[in-house]
Design a protein around this ligand. Structure first.
Ligand SMILES: [Cu+2]
Length: 661
């Protein structure tokens, strides 16, 4: 089988033509048109598979200090190292910052309950390898085109030290091991972390989480997979070994040299306030790869590791037509579903940090060439694929220049596969409902925009009765009208990372967080430590929120418009949830398994770095009951605040809150 012909010559064979234009990526004034950016061929390179480290199978594992002993956990010593890798056979090698020289990093695989210590040692010894820059929003930005005008490059990024901290996303571990964003380490230093791994089988991932620069460190290559196995998963006899394949999806952009050719260097080019959207889709670190498969069932462990791009996945044939019935979802971020769910007709949308455990049956597709394609425009706001639209059709005007993700080349020979899709999956899976929850605490979170247009997390507390909105909006006061028509008023008690800690969660306690998106962008909201389920989704009219004033005026609350379905693929255990604009999502979680200080944040890394991140703590109940200095949610330790006065835009959220001065 051969890759489809690409009419565009590879960069190495670009003939002598028009003189190179250093600003080839910019919309150039006519008539001196630039050369088109060079193209890369699609589906030219085989899919790489990251190396696997199994601490309980220590043979040939130089990273292992010792395997699990009678009273001590296994310990891995892993290095963050500078490296080079060819992301495409037509590209020069790309300088990267990596885990163990691999991009993505090695896949760590553990059994449930097998405690593991990892020494993450920073041995990075090269300058920051990514070109960073910002292009203006007007004229329509070329942020998803390769190359950048030197005037748009941010010189400060080239001076970044390798300041990194590793977070195990989805891991149930103590606050001291979770990779606190500000406790990053410099070259020569180590971060010690212990992972109890006492959680259901699923696909986690580890990645850098350094305060303010996560978007850049992750772009540079600092991410890898982490698999937890358990007996419940074993009992299903799912495709394993060579038939279980990780698919780490991300996008990248590439620098062009003065000659208009690829230099091999990565380019983090954005048009603020948009997150990063690159034109090249990578799977396991290779741009547009292919995978030869047998005519049988496969299991694919899919992660969206992009900074900002959503992938809405479909399986299509040579003509770009859907291949129905072949793809089933069996798990979500934090574990297996109760029963398999067919791939939705409209595709399966994964926003950054979300995972999907997929089974694909190639048994009836022998000899075919199929493709996994992405139909999500960027930015993706949760809109469905229009009826009748082809999922393989590109939308270059909406940052979807190439829909290809991965090509499957199915062998002609039948494989004699005994696997049959089970009707039931995890017996331990139960669907949560609000009415059936144990006693729980409610919290209100708004995804809002400040007057400058920056996205923020607004922690809200029930407002004093005399703090109801006036005729003009009051900054930080928001009135809501719910499904029953009842009005309630909330005031903002925090909106930046350094605002006072409000949310002291009781260890093992259940909580329901109501998340309402007043902004114009979809935000994937991620909570550290816990797994949760979406209880409900609702459509809300948020036009009553005045961004410039930071609140709602009397008589124009944000208001319930109607219920929305929680899609079958959205009913699993999650640690990251899509909250599209104008939606309200209620999630329920038990904060169990560890204590300490954790973060929750938007997982669009540019939003996270831009301030959409907040702390919470989990504390043993007896400690909370002892009282002490800790203020409870929404109740400042100082004297209760009188009616919140009207404040000019940009003022501190409220008076009387320690730390807000
Ligand atoms: Cu966001």
């Amino acid at each position: 089988m051969t890759a489809p012909a690409d009419p565009t010559p590879a960069p190495s064979t670009v003939p002598a033509g028009p003189p190179p234009d250093p600003a080839a990526a910019r919309p150039a004034p006519a008539p001196a048109g630039p050369t088109d950016p060079p193209r890369l061929g699609t589906f030219r390179d085989p899919l790489p598979i990251p190396p696997v480290l199994r601490p309980h199978h220590p043979v040939g594992l130089p990273h292992l200090v010792h395997p699990n002993g009678e009273d001590r956990p296994a310990e891995l010593r892993l290095q963050l190292r500078s490296s080079h890798r060819r992301l495409h056979s037509e590209l020069p090698p790309t300088p990267l910052w990596t885990y163990e020289g691999s991009f993505p990093g090695p896949t760590i695989e553990v059994r449930r309950g097998q405690r593991l210590r990892v020494v993450w040692t920073n041995r990075i010894d090269t300058p920051f390898p990514v070109v960073d820059g910002t292009v203006p929003m007007t004229p329509p930005p070329a942020d998803d085109q390769p190359g950048i005008d030197p005037a748009d490059v941010d010189r400060a990024a080239a001076l970044l030290p390798a300041w990194t901290v590793t977070h195990l996303h989805g891991g149930r571990t103590g606050g001291g091991h979770d990779g606190w964003t500000e406790n990053a380490v410099l070259p020569g230093e180590s971060q010690l972390a212990e992972y109890p791994n006492d959680q259901p089988a699923t696909l986690l991932w580890y990645h850098d989480h350094a305060m303010g620069i996560t978007r850049l460190n992750v772009q540079a290559g600092l991410a890898g997979l982490y698999l937890v196995r358990d007996e419940e998963e074993d009992a299903l006899g799912l495709p394993a070994g060579p038939y279980e394949v990780p698919l780490v999806l991300c996008d990248r952009n590439l620098e062009l040299g003065p000659d208009g050719r690829f230099t091999g260097r990565l380019l983090h080019k954005t048009a603020a306030p948009l997150p990063f959207f690159g034109p090249y889709t990578l799977v396991n670190g290779a741009i547009w790869p292919y995978l030869e498969v047998r005519a049988r069932w496969y299991r694919f462990r899919v992660l969206n590791a992009a900074n900002g791009r959503a992938y809405r996945l479909h399986l299509v044939d040579e003509q770009g037509e859907r291949v129905p019935g072949a793809v089933w979802q069996i798990g979500t971020d934090a574990g297996l579903l109760g029963a398999p769910v067919p791939l939705p007709d409209g595709g399966l949308a994964l926003t950054p940090a979300e995972r999907a455990d997929l089974l694909i049956d190639f048994g009836a597709l022998a000899g075919r060439t199929l493709r996994l394609v992405n139909s999500a425009i960027a930015p993706y706001e949760g809109e469905p694929l229009p009826p009748g639209a082809s999922p393989a059709e590109p939308h270059p005007d909406q940052r979807l220049t190439d829909t290809g993700v991965l090509e499957f080349r199915v062998a002609r020979e039948p494989a004699g596969d005994p696997f049959a899709l089970p009707a039931r999956l995890a017996p331990s899976y139960t669907r949560l409902s609000h009415d059936a929850l144990p006693e729980h605490t409610h919290r209100m979170l708004l995804l809002a925009t400040d007057p400058q247009g920056d996205f923020q997390l607004w922690e809200m507390a029930g407002a004093e009765p005399d703090a109801a909105p006036g005729a003009e909006p009051t900054d930080g006061l928001v009135q809501l009208r719910d499904a029953t028509g009842q009005l309630s008023c909330y005031r903002r008690v925090a909106r930046t990372f350094d605002d006072t800690l409000n949310w002291h969660v009781r260890q093992d306690g259940w909580e329901v967080w109501t998340i309402l998106n007043l902004s114009i962008a979809l935000h994937p909201v991620h909570l550290h430590l816990v797994r949760f389920q979406a209880l409900s989704r609702e459509d809300w009219d948020v036009s009553g929120f005045r961004q410039a004033a930071g609140g709602t005026a009397a008589g124009s609350p944000v208001a319930f418009r109607g219920p929305l379905a929680v899609a079958p693929s959205d009913q699993g255990w999650k640690d990251t949830i899509q909250v599209p604009p104008g939606q309200l999502v209620r999630i329920a979680a038990q904060f169990t398994g560890a204590t300490g200080r954790f973060m929750y944040h938007c997982h669009l890394l540019e939003h996270e770095d831009g301030g959409m991140m907040r702390p919470f703590t989990v504390t043993p109940g007896a400690v909370l009951d002892l009282g002490g200095a800790m203020p409870m949610a929404g109740a400042p330790a100082a004297a209760p605040t009188p009616a919140t006065p009207a404040m000019p835009a940009g003022a501190t959220p409220m008076s009387g809150m320690p730390g807000d001065s």
